[in-house]
Design a protein around this ligand. Structure first.
Ligand code: GLN
Length: 483
């Protein structure tokens, strides 16, 4: 039996009936990575000792007749911007190439407490800045559905690992789309909860007011289970909301009759017909399932990209000031004085995209420009949030494409950062508003080579249970589920 294609509940069943052990399941994944990750390159590092030690613990509990933890024996991949104690956490950057994390992120700890088995750390764009995983300082990751194409980004390694069956589920981070867009490109499910739903403790900061940790999976149900495990208040992160976590898996009733589905007119303007056709079919499917389709308007959409790239670069320039060659990571061996040491360490340690963002962010925060850019950006962010809050008076969820373009070829856009930024239009709006969003497979483009299309579904703040119910019903009815 192939243990690498199982869902979380299938793993549970096999462990319960003792048809498989957690150690066997972990070994199957490590062997498959060994065999096939040479092509995909989803992982930056593996932690087989940690994985097998945890798997043995799970097996020991089963042997002793104990209760199975909710994620017992489930292999998980973790994006390399999330800390895992005792293993390297590089953020795919030279500057942290040899950085060993001193503690576990809360999300990682919660997964392990629930019995999950951490397999390794996945590739991404450097410090999560990018949309293709080509900004990794080490190597690009390839899309397992088509090896000539990018897996999306910045959490491309996590998405590719799940799509290639190198892990059952994965953690990624999403600041402006970095879970949702690679999920769409790799034809899997990826979700970002409400800002503050999941603790950011142990997530290396890119843009703190926008950063989230969230799950990838091959089904909505697996994603719901992981989110349920990692969500909730955390004394170590004051921005983690002090609200109880709903029963997300219990919410997956399959019945979405009467749900009001908002379709923003602004979002479908000038859309690539290859993507638009599938999204329209998806909207029709909601109708068939008894939903009411409601055209809505989000009038400040045009300002979202500008607003996002002002705020995220401003926050990044501040957050990345800590990499000074003194406290963390790389220090240039040759330098004249302290200032020169800072300069050389940062110059050699950071890649081009990270430097671009630090410079942009420093500019929009500098005296004389602060009011015109950063302060204005904050005001526009409030208007964008208000658009959504008002829309959610009329509708329960909002649907859009996840990305305006299908997965592109490696190298195709890497020299045109502006084009890359513009493709974030559908994901950054939700990020600015702090609302939850999920990407679910929505068929393949009609023309050759039939590339994956993702549908993004958004809901109001802390309405994750309903969002997951809608996504699950859509997945089941559409037959888009990957088994
Ligand atoms: N593509 C977006 C960016 O480059 C989003 C990145 C992210 O969500 N981490 O900023």
């Amino acid at each position: 039996m192939d243990f690498t294609t199982l869902s979380i509940s299938q793993i549970r069943e096999l462990l319960k009936t003792r048809e498989a052990s957690a150690v066997e399941i972990a070994h199957a994944h490590l062997a498959s990575i060994e065999d096939k990750d040479k092509e995909v390159r989803a992982y930056l590092s593996l932690c087989p000792e940690r994985a097998l030690a945890q798997a043995k613990k799970v097996d020991a509990v089963i042997a002793a007749g104990g209760d199975l933890a909710p994620l017992a024996g489930v292999p998980v991949a973790v994006k390399d911007v999330i800390l895992t104690r005792g293993t390297r956490t590089t953020c795919a950057s030279q500057i942290l190439e040899n950085f060993v994390a001193p503690y576990d992120a809360t999300a990682v700890q919660r997964l392990e407490n629930a019995g999950a088995v951490i397999i390794g750390k996945t590739n991404c764009d450097e410090f999560a800045m990018g949309s293709s995983t080509e900004n990794s300082s080490f190597f690009p990751t390839r899309n397992p559905r088509d090896l000539t194409r990018v897996p999306g980004g910045s959490s491309g390694g996590s998405a590719a690992a799940v799509a290639a069956n190198f892990a059952t589920v994965a953690l990624g981070s999403d600041t402006g789309g970095s879970i949702r867009q690679p999920a769409a490109f790799c034809d899997i499910v990826g979700m970002m909860g409400t800002y503050g739903r999941v603790s950011r403790y142990g997530l290396v900061a890119f843009a703190s007011s926008l950063d989230h940790i969230g799950p990838f999976g091959r089904s909505v149900k697996d994603v719901a289970l992981v989110l349920q495990t990692i969500a909730g208040p955390d004394p170590l992160d004051s921005t983690a909301a002090a609200l109880p976590v709903d029963d997300y898996v219990g919410a997956l009733s399959g019945d979405i009759r009467g749900i009001r589905v908002g379709v923003p007119t602004e979002f479908l303007k000038g859309l690539n017909p290859d993507i638009g056709g599938n999204i329209q079919k998806g909207i029709d499917l909601f109708s068939t399932l008894g939903c009411q389709i409601v055209p809505i308007s989000l009038p400040h959409t045009d300002y979202a990209i500008g607003c996002y790239y002002i705020i995220c670069t401003a926050e990044a320039s501040s957050n990345l000031a800590r990499y000074d060659g003194v406290r963390y990571g790389f220090r240039s061996p040759q330098h004249d004085d302290l200032r020169d040491m800072y300069r050389k360490s940062r110059n050699l340690g950071f890649g081009a995209e990270v430097k671009r963002r630090i410079m942009l962010g420093t500019y929009v925060l500098s005296s004389g420009y602060y009011d015109a850019y950063y302060l204005k950006g904050q005001k526009v962010r409030t208007l964008i949030t208000r658009d959504f809050v008002e829309a959610f008076d009329e509708v329960d969820v909002i649907v859009t494409p996840t990305s305006p373009i299908p997965p592109f070829k490696l190298g195709e856009k890497v020299n045109d950062p502006l084009q890359m930024y513009l493709a974030d239009i559908y994901t950054v709006t939700a990020s600015l508003a702090g609302i939850p969003g999920i990407s679910v497979p929505c068929g393949k483009t009609p023309s050759e080579p039939h590339l994956p299309v993702g549908m993004q579904i958004l809901a109001n703040h802390f309405d994750e249970a309903r969002l997951l119910r809608v996504a699950d019903a859509f997945e089941k009815a559409g037959g888009f589920q990957i088994s």
